[in-house]
Design a protein around this ligand. Structure first.
Ligand code: ZN
Length: 138
């Protein structure tokens, strides 16, 4: 088990264009990536400040998990992502600990990263994303 660091914080927003302007122009974050992930139903803008990352998430449609989150809880922190080296061993460990996972089979996230979500019912109401760097990083 090797938990590396908090990789990023994901924030659900209603209007990505408005949100990114605030986070970039007002708060001073720098845009590092922009991506639409159809399989996850999201449009994402990744921002960075001094090595710390924020991911702004806008729903692609009403069936998107982010749309459901927004309808239920409104804008705000959607998930916290932790970077890991060996996703499979973390998944096995969590299962052994009785922690509920949203998906056991890794899905593809931003930048081709492999991701698994821990169910917030097991982690104090916080959706936790385990993320393992994919090949799409230069
Ligand atoms: Zn994320």
């Amino acid at each position: 088990m090797n938990l590396k660091k908090i990789d990023h914080v994901g924030i659900a927003v209603n209007d990505l264009t408005h949100a990114e302007a605030v986070w970039r122009d007002a708060l001073g974050f720098r845009e590092v990536r922009r991506e639409t992930i159809a399989s996850e139903g999201v449009r994402v803008v990744c921002l960075e400040a001094n090595g710390h990352h924020v991911e702004l998430l806008e729903a692609l449609g009403p069936d998107s998990p982010v749309a459901k989150f927004l309808a239920k809880r409104g804008e705000g922190i959607h998930h916290i992502a932790v970077a890991v080296d060996d996703l499979e061993s973390h998944v096995a460990h969590l299962k052994a600990q009785g922690v509920a996972l949203i998906n056991e089979e890794p899905r593809t996230g931003v930048g081709g990263n492999r991701i698994v979500f821990v169910h917030p019912k097991s982690t104090n109401g916080v959706l936790v994303e385990l993320t393992e760097k994919g090949s799409d990083h230069g």
